[in-house]
Design a protein around this ligand. Structure first.
Ligand code: C2E
Length: 353
């Protein structure tokens, strides 16, 4: 939380500010979730901040202010999220630095070995060419110095070797930590942070090189009721079931992620709108094709269905706007009775017609 907001929430006006925030959330018809509270707190406290400007744009466009939109805004604008981004970026920089040090150590070791060999060869040639020369004392001194350097080189080599091993271990560990930080532990799909990064890169590439990019947001229908009826453990299995079906269709270059609770996202670079919609339709019917069983009691859990919204990206459209359109299309699927795919394109053409 920024210093500005932090002072306000602990100052004499704190309660009246909190009431204002709650009233504003109610007026905007959003639930007072902790995240929405944080967003609205910033909105009220800093009405000219980039976050407030973006929130106003969303209200004006009459797009639904869903949890996904809130999450996207938090990632992009809230200082705490930015901080964790920075920590991960620092990790990436450290990793690159360590790789460079490892290479430098390797190179130094190679040079040391070559130097020792050159000195030793030079000494032998010198002794062969002029065994009784008056320079013999000098040669002996040089040879002694050479042996010292060689001994030192061996010690240095061992130290470099062990540093190299340590650096490699550290790098692997850091890489593992980074991978874990990018993966959703329950489903093994990418997490939201990893997905947002990928989506940024894919959109930048789309702006530079053209082609097509589509984004789908997928939500498990009635998941809350599932969880409430059968418990969280079964809820987790349902998430894994859907994730497993998603990962079957989301091979590279497609990228899939668990985007939040029961929400998933897939980005499709380089495919036509009809190809993407066909794949999503296959996914939807695949998931709905079998009834699940509760493992502990063998109870019939029934069929799990998903709803999805898909948006095909306009050039130079921001990832946030693309996400908002896909989310609005998902909203249409939900309102039309769930277990279906809606395209943002169709919503626009229906509105225009
Ligand atoms: P999991 O339990 O680790 O199962 C991984 C995969 O092993 C399944 O992928 C499926 O290919 C196979 N498998 C496991 N148990 C059975 C079984 O009893 N019969 C058959 N024919 N194959 C089985 P799948 O189907 O994509 O499921 C992925 C995950 O989704 C599962 O991970 C589990 O967590 C959940 N899941 C799937 N079906 C059910 C179900 O009927 N009940 C519950 N509670 N969870 C399920």
């Amino acid at each position: 939380m920024s210093e500005f907001v932090d002072t306000a929430v602990r100052g004499p006006q704190a309660y009246s500010l909190a009431r204002k925030v709650i009233d504003a959330m109610e007026a905007a018809s959003v639930w007072p979730t902790p995240l929405n509270y944080e967003l609205w707190l910033h909105y009220i406290q800093a009405p000219e901040s980039p976050l407030a400007v973006e929130m106003r744009r969303i209200f004006d466009s009459k797009l639904p202010f869903t949890d996904t939109v809130a999450e996207m805004l938090a990632t992009e604008f809230l200082p705490r999220s930015r901080l964790s981004e920075e920590i991960r970026d620092a990790g990436a920089v450290l990793n690159r630095e360590l790789a460079a040090v490892a290479t430098a150590i390797d190179k130094a070791r190679e040079v040391q070995v070559q130097y020792a060999e050159t000195l030793s060869e030079a000494k032998e040639q010198f002794e062969e060419a002029a065994p009784l020369s008056p320079l013999s004392d000098l040669i002996t001194t040089l040879a002694r110095a050479t042996r010292r350097i060689q001994r030192h080189t061996v010690v240095l080599e061992r130290r470099l070797e062990s540093s190299h091993t340590e650096v490699s271990k550290l790098r692997n560990h850091l890489e593992q930590v980074r991978r874990d930080a990018m993966t959703d532990a329950l489903t093994n799909l990418a997490n939201r942070k990893a997905f947002d990064e990928k989506l940024d890169t894919i959109c930048a590439d789309h702006d530079e090189h053209g082609g097509t990019v589509s984004l789908a947001i997928i939500d498990i229908d009635m998941f809350k009721r599932f969880n409430d009826t059968w418990g969280h453990q079964t809820g987790d299995q349902v998430l894994r079931y859907v994730a497993s079906a998603i990962s079957r269709i989301a091979q590279m270059p497609r990228v899939a992620a668990r985007y939040g609770g029961e929400e998933f996202a897939i980005v499709f670079p380089g495919e036509t709108a009809s190809q993407v919609e066909h794949v999503l339709e296959t996914l939807r019917s695949d998931i709905a094709s079998r009834a699940l069983r509760r493992r502990s009691t063998n109870d019939d859990l029934g069929v799990v269905t998903i709803s999805a919204g898909v948006a095909h990206r306009h050039k130079n459209e921001s990832p946030l706007q693309l996400m908002e359109r896909a989310d609005a299309a998902l909203y249409v699927s939900k309102r039309a009775g769930r277990n279906r795919i809606s395209s943002a394109q169709n919503i626009l053409s229906e509105t225009a017609a």
